[in-house]
Design a protein around this ligand. Structure first.
Ligand code: PNS
Length: 175
């Protein structure tokens, strides 16, 4: 952990879970904030998000996150299957970290945090992403991008590169 005066110090181990399908600048902002607050941050990619079949494979999502976080020395990228509560116990995390964009995110996150605490005794802490990312979600980025819109300001460069390759592949397979 780097303290405000720039000194390195050990600190709690945080798990930052998500689908990251794909990672956005909002995700990266929260990961950077967490890396300054905790000794060690494990970004944990869920293997099969419940919401929908992911557009990006687990390998692609992990590779994008690894490239985007390479400069953050206390951040690692892993994946998990099944219950988050079991995973945080398995890796002996001290805390789960989630990003919040708006008050509306909090409603769902509160019940999830209480459930995860009752299952694992690990608390969830919330970090606010920068307000300029308050409208940015993976779903909106995917929709706009695959309909031809410009998302360069919303995702990290390595993500844009992989998204562009995926779109080109999809267009080729449609021909
Ligand atoms: O980026 P997302 O899609 O908002 O992340 C959601 C995620 C992966 C954190 C959540 O779906 C999750 O924890 N899934 C693991 C399954 C689980 O533990 N479900 C019970 C939650 S109370």
């Amino acid at each position: 952990m780097t303290t405000r005066n720039g000194r390195a110090s050990a600190g709690p181990h945080a798990v930052l879970p998500g689908s990251f399908d794909p990672p956005t600048n909002g995700h990266l902002d929260v990961i950077e904030r967490a890396s300054r607050c905790f000794g060690r941050v494990t970004v944990a990619v869920v293997v099969n998000p419940q919401k929908q079949r992911p557009m990006f494979s687990l390998e692609e999502r992990e590779a994008m996150l690894k490239e985007c976080t390479a400069q953050l020395k206390n951040v690692s990228v892993e994946h998990f299957r099944g219950l988050l509560a079991e995973y945080v116990n398995q890796v002996e995390a001290d805390v789960i970290v989630k990003g919040l964009r708006a008050v509306s995110d909090f409603e769902n996150e509160m019940s999830t945090a209480l459930m995860n605490r009752s299952l694992s005794h690990v608390d969830t802490m919330f970090l606010m992403a920068d307000q300029k990312y308050s409208f940015v979600s993976s779903s909106i980025v995917k929709e706009v991008f695959f309909l031809g819109g410009d998302v360069a300001a919303l995702v990290p460069k390595p993500v844009l590169r992989i998204m562009t390759a995926k779109r080109a592949g999809l267009q080729r397979s449609k021909k």
